[in-house]
Design a protein around this ligand. Structure first.
Ligand code: HEM
Length: 426
């Protein structure tokens, strides 16, 4: 049995309603177009059949597999990303924590209670209960290890320093960064995504609860996208600037292998895993909302309505960065976001971002909202860093955004039944 863990992980005969909406929304091509920094990713190469996974329901993404779920899985509507610091100095405690998290995660992914709580009335229930009766809602739970998990303040805290991959280190500071300590780093991260916010909250809450005594919460950010695929017209979701976000993103299994999945050369335990970059990017909505449409389109180099690159007609038309208008001006400005993000095309990443809103920034009495930018790649320093360096100095978008959080985590390959998350490290 192949346990390859791809995207939706559903058999082709069991396409979820959400995927079906995307597929038909894509003109019945049978492909999920609109793969997105904020959105939909093509579900190719499904390897599970009904026979292999008899209990798999339409909105359940298997927890076990070759890759961790939640990376190339079609992005769900809601996300929580938390960063945790370990308070224990015992490796045995850390192992136990990951074993407990594994059991709980697998149960929650199948919409089951973590444990029955009626058996013993004299202890706190093993499950907080608020997702009881709800479906799995495509819940995925993805775990990552930060640089400080291996070495903190010069100390090889768990005797695992030798296993730290070279490319797992804090990102450099970029021009214009306004990074706030409270939104950086962390020993561990957990990304929870689901199409039901209560399901997602239940999962993150219970994982935090299970970790009590071994970990403390360092930061936590929730995120959202357009709702649940019900609006099929918005096949590529829009960010809070109102632009389609995610048009150019890897989609095929080959691209995932080239761009996303580690081959384990830098650290054997990272084989089939991926490195996550998180940037908490505040979007200055008040400034943006006063900006002319023509400046908005030049900022991205794309049309606001169709998402087509300037000078093209359709969203997925190839961008022509040399094309000029009748006045001899480039359609896609050389300081536009897509021009700088693309560069010479040699660095690519998988964007899996969510919009966030923390309601109000009391210091400015303005909306506190932005992009919980999440990207996955084989090597953050060869992929994310050069892209961000190019953009940091001269992206036209910089006037409207502030990078205020930054973190990088190594998300190991998937877990096999009988094993536990991270067992390849320990
Ligand atoms: C608030 C911050 C950001 C916003 C609002 C934003 C928005 C967008 C939009 C609207 C597009 C065009 C449609 C698409 O292809 O998805 C795009 C493309 C892209 N963005 Fe961003 N983005 C942000 C930050 C970043 C960051 C931090 C990176 C990575 C360092 C990044 C990398 C890319 C890439 C690689 C593309 C595709 C470029 C291409 O090859 O055409 N973006 N972004």
């Amino acid at each position: 049995m192949s346990n390859e863990h791809n995207q939706s992980n559903k058999s082709n005969s069991k396409i979820s309603r959400r995927e079906m909406l995307y597929r038909t929304g894509a003109g019945g091509l049978g492909l999920l177009i609109g793969a997105s920094g904020l959105g939909t990713i093509t579900a190719l190469g499904n390897t599970k059949s009904d026979k292999e996974e008899p209990t798999l329901k339409d909105d359940q993404v298997p927890f076990y597999g070759k890759h961790q779920a939640g990376i190339v899985t079609p992005p769900q509507t809601y996300a929580y990303l938390i960063s945790l610091d370990l308070t224990t100095s015992s490796l045995a405690d850390v192992r136990q924590l990951f074993k407990d998290w594994t059991v709980a995660s697998e149960k929650m992914s199948q919409a089951k209670l973590i444990d029955s709580y009626e058996d013993n009335l004299y202890v706190p229930p093993a499950d907080t209960g608020e997702a009881d009766g709800l479906t799995a809602s495509n819940l995925t739970i993805t775990f990552g290890f930060g640089p400080t998990f291996f070495v903190k303040e010069g100390s090889d805290r768990f005797g695992l320093a030798g296993k730290k991959p070279d490319c797992l280190k804090p990102l450099p500071s970029f021009a214009g960064d306004q990074i706030e300590d409270q939104w950086t780093g962390g020993d561990l991260c957990v990304q929870v995504c689901a199409d039901d916010k209560q399901v997602a909250f239940h999962a993150i809450r219970n994982l935090i609860r299970i970790g009590r005594g071994a970990v403390t919460l360092k930061w936590m950010q929730s995120g959202f996208q357009r709702t649940n695929g019900s609006n099929v017209k918005q096949s590529t979701p829009r960010n809070l600037f109102g632009f389609k976000d995610g048009t150019v993103n890897p989609r095929s299994k080959e691209e995932f292998n080239d761009i996303v999945w580690s081959n384990g050369r830098e650290a054997p335990w990272m084989k089939n895993g991926s490195y996550m970059v998180m940037r908490r990017i505040r979007m200055l909505l008040e400034v943006w909302d006063r900006t002319h449409l023509s400046e908005q389109t030049k900022t991205f180099g794309r049309d606001k309505v169709s998402g087509a690159a300037l000078g093209q007609k359709e969203e997925f038309d190839e961008v022509d960065f040399e094309k000029k208008d009748e006045n001899g001006n480039l359609y896609v400005p050389s300081d536009s976001h897509i021009k700088l993000a693309r560069g010479d095309g040699s660095q690519k990443i998988l964007r899996r971002s969510y919009s966030y809103s923390s309601e109000m920034d009391p210091t400015r009495a303005q909306l506190d909202a932005g992009l919980l930018f999440i990207s996955y790649q084989k090597d953050p320093f060869k992929q994310f860093v050069p892209i961000q360096k190019r953009m940091a100095g001269s992206d036209r978008m910089n006037e409207y955004i502030r990078h205020i959080g930054s973190a990088v985590f190594a998300c190991p390959g998937g877990t096999n039944k009988g094993g536990y998350v991270g067992d390849s490290i320990f």
